[in-house]
Structures are given as C-alpha cells and as structure tokens.
Ligand binder design. Structure first.
Ligand code: ACO
Ligand code: KIV
Length: 515
C-alpha cells in the first residue's frame, strides 16, 4: 500500500523571507486560505518573533484555517518559543518548529559555540517546547554539511527529548540526490530511536537540486517534504511543492507514496502566490509555467494533434488548467494551421492549405507570432498586406495631471481618411486611449489585459507593451515597444485595430468563403 507523505508548506515563512518586501496580514491570509484549499497538511505561517505584523499574520491565520495544521518557526531561544505559542493559541492544531545550526561552520562561525553546547541547547528547547504541545519539529540547520556522527547524535537526542518530527534541511543546496538520499538512509540505519519520529526534508535549490534531492529522500524513507509554491525561498529558492506533488502523483507506483494534495488547485494557488508575492513565474517553469502546456514546433504540434500523449505526460486539467496552447510561429507546420482553420469552422475545401502555409510562413517571419484571425485573412484576402496597415498612428498628445485627470488626443490615418479624437477623463490613461480608439473606429473594444515591461538598455529605457483586447467574443493581441510608454501602448492598440479591421473584412464575406 502507498505510504502517506506529509506536505509541509513554508511559502509564508521561507518563501516570504526571500521577498523584496514582506507580506502583510491580509496578503498572508489569502495565501494561507489558498494553501488550505490545495490540501496542504502543515502551513508554516511565519516566524512570529520577527515582527509585530508577522505575529499578527500567524495569529490571524491560526484563527481562520480550519483543516491544515499551523506551524511557527522559533530559534533555540525561550522568547521565540513563547511568542510562537502565543501567536498560534487560536489554532485548532499547531506545531512548534525549532531549529539550530549543526554543521561545524554554523556551530563555530555563526553560533560561536561547540557541538556539545548545541546538543544541550537543542535538547533543552525541545523539552521546553513540549510544555505547550506534543507536536514539535526539530530542524538540524545545514544538515547537508553536518558530519554524520554529529547528525546521529543530535537526531537521537532530540527525539529522546520529545521531537515528533526531525527535519533534515539541505540549507544551502549543497548535496546531490544520491548523496542526500544516503544521509537519510544512514540515519535510518544508525539512529536506534528514529522510528519514533517522522523524518522530514527541506531542500534548497542553489544547485538546482531541491526537488530531485527531496524525491531521493522520499525514496530513502522521508515521510514529510517541505517546500514552497513556485519554489520561492532564500537565494535560489526551495523545493517547489507543485513539482513535488506532481512527481508523487505521476510516479506514485515507483515511489509507493501518496499525499493529500487537491491537484486541481495547483494552478490557481501558484497564480495567487505569484501575484501577491510579486514574483513572476518563468515561462518554462515545470508544471505551472505559461509554456508548460504549450507546443510550439510543427513536429510537436502534429504529434499532439494526433495523440496528446506523444508530447504530454499529463493533461493540464489535472492541475486545474483548461487549455493547451498551440503557438503559431514560423516553426509551426501545416497540421496546426489546419487545426486552427478547423476550429474556426472551415473545412479543407474552403481554402488551399499549401498556399495558406506559404503566406503564413512569410507573415510569421515578419510578425513573430500569429493568431487564428491572421490565418483567416491570409486564407481569404489576396491583398492582405494593405489591410495590415489600414490604421496608422500619426500623432498623439497626452496631458497627465497631478489630480489624475487626463487629456489625450490621438490622430490616425484610417485608410484614405484622417481621424482624430480628444478624450478628457479621470478614469485612467488606458481608459482614455481605448475610448479615443473606440470613437475613431466605432469598434466596441474592451481592455482584457495589459502588461508593460520596462527595461533599461545601454542608452535608453524601453517600454514593451503586451496587450489583449476583447472585440465582440474574440480576443486580439498586440505588442509594441517605445521609450515612451504611452506611445508603446497606442502602437500596440493600433496593431489590434488593424487585426480587428481584417477580421471584420473576412467575416463580412464569410458566407461566400464557406460554400
Ligand atoms: C535557515 C533559515 O531560513 S532560518 C530562518 C531565517 N529567517 C529569518 O531570519 C527571518 C526572521 N528574522 C528576524 O526577524 C531576526 O533575525 C530575529 C528577530 C530572529 C533576530 O534579530 P536580532 O536579534 O536582531 O539578531 P540578528 O538577526 O542580527 O542575528 C541573529 C542572532 O540569532 C542567533 N541565532 C541564529 N540561529 C539561532 C538558533 N537556531 N538558535 C539560537 N540563536 C540563533 C545568531 O547567532 C545571532 O545571535 P547573536 O546576535 O548573538 O550573534
Ligand atoms: C529553518 C530551516 C528548516 C531552514 O529554513 C533551512 O535550513 O533552510
């Protein structure tokens, strides 16, 4: 039978301590509620001695979380433990997590002690914490660089003192998988009372090994893994919990383990953590990255369209994500072009695939990425190049005032004509630009998403706009760059206006194309 692995989340403690600015109580509570929904067993809510706001966060989380166990970190310092207990008083179930450096480096150069003192401190404070709860976790900080004989001693003595979980952290991400699994194996073979405690691991990612080391430790008998959502944490981060959970699921037969994770909540939780912590998720991040379920090259897209399993080891709905993305770039092939045309309702007989593909490659080389509406125009409009530039920005003027009022004038060539609109509003700059564009074109457009990325280059500061606009039921995408962020936005929306113009041209005649 598969054995249970306890999932211990430290996004709000190790993850949070790495952020450029710390989180407030309401932000931490939002994350805690998402973690609980995701099925996390233990939420390390903070380090309450560190500040009044962190104390309040732990207190509020303790009061609001119903199922997960709340945990707080404490040094081997009586006040740390007292404050941790006070902060968790309202929790249904709580754990005190005590840590102490055990490697020679930490013992001598950080704590300025010898190992005998460390043993005494650890035992004393585990016993002290036992006055408040039976659920004590003791962490041998820097275990990855601690001598095995010292590790045996401290693990054995802290279990004897009453620790119910012993955590073996690779604090500086120093080990590699077979080395780390050997540490766990050695502990099982050499510490006689080891079965009186759960063995936990807490791996950092300095060498990119955090997840691999945690899995190796599970294979050697660890039954709690610690990590953070999206892998945020000190330096290169902690083991990413969404990756650990999915590995346990996909490889459950090999690993013989199970957990309480509600997989469908993974994607949502990851987005919440990314937004609140202001840490973007890299496109290629395993499990939750934007590209984790995107197929970009022709051969892969063809393979996926024939059978998803050719290039996907699990489906996105497992983590609560609906869509698989097939990008349209000049690395795509005919199969995906045909697929998109089919999705828009066209049959093979409605257009010439080979001709469409030749034009597709030319335009994709020029624009970088294409969308389904680009395919329609390529398939059905001979002179499509002219339509691409129907709207052309020729002038704008923006007055942005201290009282947040805005006056914007936009002038465009609209085919042969010139159109100009001035908007005065306090509803925001993008609102004003969109309104001016709506008046110029008569298109009912809605802003869905905008991202402006500002990059310092050698001699200038460039603003890249990524814009998504909804027109009727359809989404249109535009990107543009300028040293002036207002211009960058207006240029991006102008591209979208041209795409909408093309889309309307094609759809006017749709009945004719679809015989
Ligand atoms: C591996 C980890 O991630 S451990 C968790 C790290 N997280 C944090 O540090 C975030 C929260 N920290 C804080 O808010 C502060 O550092 C506090 C409140 C804990 C301490 O603040 P200060 O009292 O000003 O001490 P400061 O941070 O400068 O130094 C840490 C002190 O704790 C001592 N210390 C470190 N670990 C331990 C421990 N496990 N047990 C006892 N003392 C410890 C250090 O030796 C040092 O003591 P010293 O001042 O006598 O040399
Ligand atoms: C407190 C411990 C578990 C820690 O964060 C580490 O060693 O990295």
């Amino acid at each position: 039978m598969n054995q249970q692995v306890i999932i211990f989340d430290t996004t709000l403690r190790d993850g949070e301590q790495s952020l450029q600015s710390s989180l407030n109580t309401s932000e931490k509570l939002k994350i805690a509620l998402a973690l609980e929904k995701m099925g996390i067993d233990i939420i390390e809510a903070g380090f309450p001695i560190s500040s009044p706001e962190d104390f309040k966060s732990v207190q509020t989380i303790s009061n609001n979380i119903k199922h997960a166990r709340i945990c707080s970190l404490a040094r081997c310092v009586q006040k740390d433990i007292d404050i941790a207990v006070q902060a968790m008083q309202l929790a249904k179930n709580f754990r005190i997590h005590i840590f102490l450096g055990t490697s020679n480096l930490h013992v001598t150069s950080k704590l300025k002690k010898n190992f005998k003192d460390i043993l005494e401190m650890a035992v004393y404070f585990v016993k002290y914490a036992r006055n408040f709860t039976d659920d004590i976790e003791f962490s041998c900080e820097d275990a990855g660089r601690t001598s095995m004989s010292n590790l045996y001693q401290i693990v054995s003595k802290t279990i004897q003192a009453g620790a119910s979980t012993i955590n073996i952290p690779d604090t500086v991400g120093f080990t590699i998988p077979n080395q780390f699994s050997k540490i766990i194996q050695n502990l099982y073979e050499n510490v006689t009372n080891i079965h009186q405690a759960i063995i936990s691991v807490h791996c950092h990612n300095d060498l990119g090994m955090a997840v691999a080391n945690s899995i190796a430790a599970i294979q050697s008998g660890a039954r709690q893994v610690e990590g953070t959502i999206n892998g945020i944490g000190e330096r290169a981060g902690n083991a990413a919990l969404e990756e650990l959970a999915m590995i346990m699921k996909i490889k459950s037969k090999l690993l013989n383990v199970k957990n309480n994770i509600n997989y469908k909540e993974i994607y949502n939780t990851s987005r919440i953590v990314s937004q609140i912590c202001n840490v973007p998720i890299p496109f290629n991040k395993a499990i939750v990255g934007k590209n984790a379920f995107a197929h970009s090259s022709g051969i892969h897209q063809d393979g996926v369209l024939k059978n998803r399993e050719n290039y996907e080891i699990f489906t996105p709905d497992l983590i609560g994500l609906k869509t698989v993305k097939l990008n349209l770039t000049s690395r795509s092939g005919r199969a995906v072009v045909k697929h998109y045309m089919g999705k828009m309702g066209y049959s093979n007989k409605d257009y010439d695939l080979n001709l469409l593909y030749i034009n597709f490659l030319k335009l994709a080389d020029q624009k970088g990425q294409l969308f389904d509406y680009d395919l329609e125009i390529l398939a059905f409009v001979k002179d499509y190049n002219k339509l691409l530039k129907f709207y052309k920005l020729i002038f704008f003027n923006a007055q942005l005032k201290f009282d947040e009022s805005i006056i914007i004038t936009i002038k465009m060539n609209c085919g042969e004509k010139t159109c100009s609109q001035t908007i005065s509003t306090t509803k925001g700059l993008f609102y004003a630009i969109n309104k001016a564009c709506m008046k110029i074109t008569n298109y009912p457009i809605f802003l869905k998403k905008v991202k402006i990325v500002t990059n310092q280059q050698k001699t200038k500061i460039l603003n890249q706009t990524y814009l998504t606009i909804k027109y009727l039921d359809k989404l249109f995408y535009g990107t543009s760059a300028s040293t002036n962020f207002v211009k960058s936005y207006i240029l991006a929306i102008t591209k979208i206006l041209n795409s909408i113009f093309q889309y309307r041209q094609v759809n006017k005649n749709k009945k004719i194309y679809k015989k």
